[in-house]
Design a protein around this ligand. Structure first.
Ligand SMILES: NC(=O)c1ccc[n+]([C@@H]2O[C@H](COP(=O)([O-])OP(=O)(O)OC[C@H]3O[C@@H](n4cnc5c(N)ncnc54)[C@H](O)[C@@H]3O)[C@@H](O)[C@H]2O)c1
Length: 339
């Protein structure tokens, strides 16, 4: 029998969840909720979802919904995850799990006591070059992790046009959550010390009161050191809205990754230069592929086959701890040691 999945939050990324679930054999989209009921209806119409509502409670009451994706702004994750857990629904929550350590712990406890699965959508673990790097680290091909450089930044389009809620969050929650998870996962270690510096010279004067960037150093428990650059102020002249780079240096080898400007496909027309998406969720013969879809499909398969997800609530908690430390360090101007 087909298992029903629901989506809470019918915005940019909620649509990616719809693209993923509709292609999983044995799964179907059963309902969608968004505070903006018209947005829920629009997503339902586009993806053939039979139920749309402006009330997450109405969606969670439905017996034909076994699991939900929470794809709302980060500061809204906690109450929705708690409500979903109490309703007995398995949860795939977008990154970051929560924006305080106490909230992340509360979500994990609620899922444990309800006996539901909890996965945080750190989809870069399904991004092929990062997965290959992780395998090389695990085999020992690169020796012991020494240095890691991770750059994940967005053009100004993201905080000024794409996210209506940018000022209520920050590039640390939106992008450093991804790179902090990669740092922990690729180095096989936890973060023990964080030093971060931020500035607010570009967005704040435009009325978007959030830092422009965070330049962060992470010390990990195994001695590895990671540097992360995350900004929201790249020029919109860039042909891709994000810029992603990685250099991993081990004691026996190193790996460089360029997942954004890799040049696999470059298109030049009267509209200008474009690097069409071939990695994140490209459409091929009407089906969406790519790592953003793969992580969501993994969650669906875990629900269908009653397996534990590869990314856990604990991973989400650790990243929330790191991002909180980034914000604290940038605010105080000094390093923060994690307990
Ligand atoms: N945009 C991206 O490229 C991207 C990529 C990966 C992950 N994410 C993550 O996905 C999540 C959503 O981001 P987005 O870009 O889709 O934002 P968005 O603003 O496009 O959509 C969010 C939607 O959630 C709805 N919403 C807000 N509070 C709600 C509530 N309490 N109940 C029901 N609906 C509510 C809003 O009305 C809106 O339609 C965030 O956690 C973000 O970090 C976004």
């Amino acid at each position: 029998m087909s298992v029903g999945f629901g989506i809470i939050g019918a915005g940019t990324w909620g649509e990616t969840h719809a693209k993923a679930y509709r292609a999983v054999p044995g799964a179907h989209l059963a309902g969608v909720a968004d505070l903006d009921g018209d947005r829920a209806k629009k997503l339902a119409a586009a993806y053939g979802i039979p139920f749309a509502t402006d009330s997450h409670a109405e969606l969670l009451e439905r017996e034909d919904v076994s699991a939900v994706s929470v794809a709302t702004p980060d500061f809204a994750h906690k109450p929705l995850c708690l409500a979903a857990a109490r309703a007995g629904k398995h949860i795939l929550v977008e990154k970051p799990l929560a924006t305080t350590v106490a909230d992340a712990k509360e979500i994990i406890a609620a899922c444990e006591s309800a006996g539901v699965k909890l996965m945080v959508d750190f989809h870069n673990r399904w991004n092929p070059p990062f997965h290959k790097l992780k395998q090389a680290v695990q085999r020992g091909d690169l020796g012991e992790p020494q240095m890691l450089y991770l750059r994940l930044s967005d053009t100004l389009f993201v905080p000024t046009q794409m996210l209506s809620w940018a000022a209520k969050s920050s590039v640390a929650w939106f992008l450093a959550s991804h790179t902090a998870d990669l740092a922990r996962w690729l180095c096989n270690a936890d973060v023990k010390k964080v030093y971060s510096v931020s500035r607010s010279n570009v967005l704040a004067p435009q009325g978007i009161d959030t830092p422009d960037f965070f330049m962060t150093t992470l010390e990990l428990t195994n001695g590895a050191v990671a540097v992360m650059e995350n900004c929201w102020i790249l020029s919109e002249a860039s042909p891709v809205i994000f810029d992603f780079k990685c250099e991993f240096v081990g004691s026996k080898g190193h790996v460089n990754i360029d997942p954004s400007h890799h040049g696999m496909m470059q298109q030049f027309t009267e509209a200008g230069a474009e690097y069409p998406d071939v990695m994140v969720f490209p459409e091929v013969f009407g089906q969406h592929h790519g790592f953003a879809v793969a992580s969501i499909r993994h969650f669906a398969e875990c629900v269908l086959q009653d397996l534990p997800p590869l990314v856990t609530g604990e991973d989400g908690l650790k990243v929330t701890e790191v991002v909180c430390a980034i914000l604290e360090s940038a605010e105080k101007g000094e390093p923060v040691v994690l307990s």
